[in-house]
Design a protein around this ligand. Sequence first.
Ligand code: KG4
Ligand code: ZN
Length: 345
Amino acid sequence: SDTITILGLESSCDDTAAAVVRAGDKTEILASVVAGQTDLHAEFGGVVPEIAARAHVEKLDLCVEEALAQSGMTLSDLDAIAVTAGPGLIGGVLAGVMMAKGLSAATGLPLIGVNHLAGHALTPRLTDGAAYPYLMLLVSGGHCQFLIVKGPEDFTRLGGTIDDAPGEAFDKTARLLALPQPGGPAVETEAAMGDPKRFRLPRPLLDRPGCDMSFSGLKTALLRERDKIVTVKGGITVQDRADLCAGFQAAVADVLAEKSRRALAEYMALSPAEPLLAVAGGVAANIAIRAALETVCGEAGAEFLAPPLALCTDNAAMIAWAGIERYRAGHTDDLTLAARPRWPL
Ligand code: KG4
Ligand code: ZN
């Protein structure tokens, strides 16, 4: 039959994940297991590659067992094993690739190496059956780019960050203001109580054409404002902090909105039948940013799509799905599959 069932593995950053996805007349996520590592890295203020790799090695087999159990599948029900082969922290990527190779060697199932970014970029097809082409804005802790997605292996990058990713900027802002990690949700909560107009933070690169972005300067500007208050008052109040967060979030939202407007214009020139801007990545959880993007889409005459958060952030269902698309295109790998720390789309 045409039904394809694939086991996907993901271990390129700080989430160990395994999922089973079946695609036929309809597409079903039969299981999607994600084991995070936030606690392990908390005291270091960032992901420690060596600790991440060891945790992946410890958890991958358990995640696979659990995903198979939840899906009611055994290895013999599968058509292939898909695995993130990059880009990412190489120790973690290697752990996943070795696990997938072991399973492939033991079962004879084809192995499919998936680009992690392609996994994010193809998620709107998994969740909503989006038709090619569509515009994707990937905004996470590690990535920030616009892609026109034209096929499972056909992406046009329109621009992206030239320094920090927005999630990273949220995390650093939280650290500067003594808020907990991950910074995004904490800063968003504060921002809801603040005045976004009190501190006028810069909107980097808006004066330059194109879709490139920059977020590292925002953090410096924020630090300067904070230190000014500290010099005058000896510390910052709860309201100061909320206003700083609101100003920061408004600046990020403005930059993402204006650059999305430009990316949409380039993409709309392709005359897509049902124009769509989809987002992926943890920052897509931010309500103010979502609202700004939705407005831009409305003005441009495009649909806006934000998949469920669990499928916006790192997961293995997106890897299994990207594997299904590659499998259908007849592209499988063998045991020579390499793990790649860098792998632009
Ligand atoms: O996609 P993700 O889970 O992991 C990767 O970066 O791969 O994204 C995590 C990032 C973190 O930097 C986190 O602070 C940010 O997404 N984030 C948010 C929000 N929730 C998570 N940023 C802004 N607003 C939020 N509500
Ligand atoms: Zn990711």
